[in-house]
Design a protein. Structure first.
Length: 328
């Protein structure tokens, strides 16, 4: 998630009808139907929905301090590769300047912007999906991993891996977060001990939860590869199923998901049994991100949405902190 100060600055440009002159300024690089640009959400990215020539698209942008230009270029190259290999991945759209990635200077900062085509279909919550959809969800991740196992080495450049993530944790954690520092030492040693092979380790989506999956009958669409990193493939399975709760091989949802996954590619069951380690690694990375995110003090001058969001994030930080203390 981005810094709250960045979110506050940009959302200040969004009016009561969810329109933003900033988004429209950025979208002038692509063109859009007048009156069609609306704010959708903000988390790791700002997302706006819009139409051009009657077709639906999504604008995604970040302030330059939030993302590295070359990392976004690398993400786009991976997405194009996947699309060229018959995966149903939301594709980037070239601007009027024939660029996939535009750098836009504005009065409130420099922004990196990409436009994506909209995929047809519907999205669901975990409690809404059918057994068949659960199976297809797992199958689509297996198909993605099957393709990524053969992706050329050049596509790994400028994409982070688990070591980079833990290094960022170390750089971000305040010295007084002693329990988190001890957890960092434990997780680093654990991850270093895991085997790494071409079949069990490589680029993963990292966030294949249902909010990044679109169901169109038997065709599954995939969204948001901005966190694509080098990890063990089983981590992608475990992270995708976070809303199920603690990972258990006895869960009917997890069993069906893995059943679908295995129709497309192999799975390292021994590594899958290390699920608690991957969950702890993810919590540690998320904890550090949230500490960076909450960069605004509590104040009566903050808008209500910001006060509520800050409270929610601080509560999550405390939950993570308690879990690290329990592991000590």
């Amino acid at each position: 998630m981005m810094k709250l100060s960045t979110m506050k600055k940009v959302l200040k440009t969004v009016d009561s009808e969810w329109r933003s002159p900033l988004a429209e300024q950025i979208l002038s690089r692509w063109g859009y139907d007048q009156g069609s640009v609306f704010y959708l959400r903000a988390s790791a990215n700002f997302i706006f929905i819009f139409k051009k020539d009657g077709r639906t698209y999504y604008l995604r942008f970040n302030e330059s301090c939030e993302r590295e230009h070359h990392a976004i270029e690398a993400e786009i190259n991976i997405i194009l590769y996947l699309g060229n290999n018959s995966l149903n991945v939301a594709q980037p759209v070239k601007s009027l300047n024939e660029k996939y990635l535009e750098v836009v200077e504005t009065g409130i900062g420099t922004y990196y912007a990409v436009v994506f085509e909209a995929l047809e279909g519907d999205q669901y919550e975990i409690e809404e999906i059918t057994t068949e959809q659960n199976y297809l969800w797992g199958k689509s991740l297996g198909k993605l991993h099957k393709c990524l196992k053969n992706i050329p080495e050049q596509y790994y450049v400028y994409r982070s891996d688990w070591k980079d993530h833990l290094l960022k944790v170390k750089e971000t954690l305040p010295s007084h977060e002693t329990a988190a520092h001890r957890e960092l030492e434990r997780i680093s040693k654990w991850a270093d001990s895991l085997k790494v092979t071409k079949e069990n380790f490589g680029l993963i989506h990292y966030d294949f939860e249902l909010d990044n999956v679109v169901f169109n009958n038997y065709l599954i669409g995939m969204l948001d590869f901005d966190d694509c990193s080098s990890y063990w493939y089983v981590a992608d399975i475990i992270y995708a199923l976070r809303d199920v709760g603690d990972f258990s091989m006895n869960s009917p949802i997890i069993i069906k998901f893995i059943e679908g996954y295995k129709t497309e590619t192999t799975i390292d069951i021994d590594l899958l049994k290390e699920s608690s380690g991957y969950e702890r690694l993810h919590k540690l990375v998320s904890f550090a991100k949230l500490i960076r995110t909450v960069d605004i003090e509590e104040s009566q001058e903050n808008p209500e949405w910001l006060t509520n969001l800050r409270k929610k994030l601080c509560h999550k930080i405390n939950e993570y902190r308690l879990s690290f203390e329990e592991n000590s």
